[in-house]
Design a protein around this ligand. Structure first.
Ligand SMILES: C[S@@+](CC[C@H](N)C(=O)[O-])C[C@H]1O[C@@H](n2cnc3c(N)ncnc32)[C@H](O)[C@@H]1O
Length: 453
């Protein structure tokens, strides 16, 4: 190929980056906000507000295009080696998290010598410094002088008690341990082809227990951490955007919303803050509903005392949820189960729907990566990235693929495409009426077919 022709792909990627960065600057100017400072440990206003669509898209394009551009310019040996060793970031992060490095640095904004950090957590200082340097290279922690480390915008989120601490712990322990035995799980004649929860790699690494049973019977402390992790993960997925993606604020007063598989119900709390007229019913397994009660008592006790929220334990496979609600909201539960169980769950809801009831299922809708994919319905609902990026935005939307594998490891389940969601609904007599773009996740709206009872 003519060298000049081959430069076109470099130029296209750079042009995409330039245009996306300009969009980002416009959004920060419109909101009168500065771009976050990576060295700062203070929360930025953008961290707790709905991320504007234009800014989110700009970040996805920059992320996808920078990754693609650097892969073009690096030698393939170098690029491949880096990918094979991505886990070194995870293991370094685990050491920093377990050894509470961020906590130790909290009172030392100017930084602390690694010998002092090591004196507090008992690790060998030379090894600790090398691990922290890997993380600092990935913009988590800063090395402010030789062997002196300080927190920054990312590392401060590793501190105990922050919203992200739970999801960091879950990712780096139970999920990581499961991931370690994924290959054995996939090549085992029994567990490889199976989608049963007790055949997950998590189960292989944890005495054969499926995840929920493990939390209930073996490690309730991790079970509690999982509930907190789901709330923290809301920040990763930009909960605010998820809540603003569906018109919750237009629902008439007294609309009943059953949050099924609610966890502690933090999204429902956001929904109620957006529309105080709604009536919430939280439904989950008994022990999780106890966590939900405590969370609502701490964060919205007046809604509890005024009866605007009810707590009703359920096993959603064994019995239907509370009957006759206007909305059945179910977020990131179906992705934990294979089709058979998912159909039972949806069929149980269908049994108690009124003709006007809607199911709002909030999940990732997985894209096709191939530019030749002709799923026109998907193209209608799901934004495609501009060429020469992968249509799915490549690394710009890596998170959805990470989560797809996380649920493979933890619960032996998967994220689904739009046509798979359609098939699930059709199998139990439900139709998809709308797909709402909620930023990271989508909200699929299922209704009963017209004229059905
Ligand atoms: C991935 S979490 C999602 C929680 C919440 N919707 C959110 O997005 O944060 C899945 C939830 O399903 C609940 N769950 C699992 N099995 C269940 C069952 N048989 N009946 C009711 N809830 C169940 C879990 O306790 C957990 O809270």
């Amino acid at each position: 190929m003519n060298p000049a022709t081959s430069f076109a792909q470099l130029d296209s990627l750079v042009a995409l980056i330039t245009s996306a960065v300009n969009d980002a600057k416009e959004e920060y100017s419109r909101l009168n906000l500065a771009v976050p400072d990576l060295a700062s440990v203070d929360a930025h206003p953008m961290d707790s507000m709905p991320v504007p669509r234009k800014l989110k898209k700009a970040a996805e394009i920059v992320n996808g295009a920078c990754a693609q551009l650097s892969t073009l310019l690096l030698s393939p040996y170098h690029a491949l080696y880096l990918r094979c060793n991505d886990y070194i970031t995870s293991i370094s992060m685990r050491v920093a998290y377990e050894a509470k490095v961020a906590d130790h640095l909290k009172e030392h904004p100017q930084g602390l010598h690694v010998s002092e950090i090591a004196a507090r957590n008992g690790l060998e200082q030379g090894k600790l410094a090398r691990l922290l340097r890997v993380l600092a290279t990935k913009q988590c922690f800063r090395e402010v002088k030789d062997d002196v480390f300080a927190n920054n915008r990312l590392s401060v989120l590793l501190c105990s008690g922050t919203p992200s601490a739970g999801i960091v712990g879950l990712s780096l322990t139970e999920q990581f341990q499961g991931g370690n035995v994924l290959y054995q799980t996939l090549t085992d004649k029994v567990t490889g082809p199976s989608y049963a929860p007790n055949h997950s790699s998590f189960s292989r690494a944890h005495g054969g227990h499926p995840l929920w049973q493990y939390y209930r019977e073996v490690n309730p402390a991790y079970g509690k951490r999982f509930s907190a992790a789901m709330k923290g993960f809301g920040h990763t997925l930009s909960t605010e955007t998820m809540v603003h993606g569906f018109p919750w604020n237009n629902l008439p007063p007294e609309t009943s919303v059953c949050d099924l598989g609610s966890g502690i119900g933090y999204i429902s709390l956001d929904i109620m803050r957006l529309n105080p007229g709604v009536r919430i019913v939280l439904q989950d397994l008994e022990e999780t509903i106890e966590h939900a009660k405590a969370f609502w008592q701490d964060n919205a006790h007046e809604a509890v005392s005024e009866g605007r929220v009810r707590f009703v334990p359920v096993d959603f496979f064994k019995e239907p949820p509370v009957a006759g609600c206007d909305i059945y909201y179910i977020k990131q539960c179906i992705h934990n189960w294979k089709d058979e169980e998912s159909k039972v769950l949806l069929a149980n809801i269908r049994k108690v729907m009124k003709p006007t009831s809607r199911i709002i299922l909030q999940e990732y809708v997985m894209p096709h990566l191939s530019p030749s994919s002709e799923d026109s319905e998907e193209a209608h609902f799901i934004a495609q990235a501009p060429a020469p990026l992968l249509p799915s935005f490549g690394e710009g939307r890596l998170l959805q693929h990470y989560l797809d594998i996380a649920v493979m490891i933890l619960t032996n389940s998967r994220e689904r495409t739009l046509s798979e969601f359609k098939q699930l609904g059709n199998a139990v007599g439900l139709e998809i009426a709308e797909v709402w773009d909620c930023g990271e996740l989508s909200a699929l709206e299922y209704r009963l077919p017209q004229g059905s009872t």
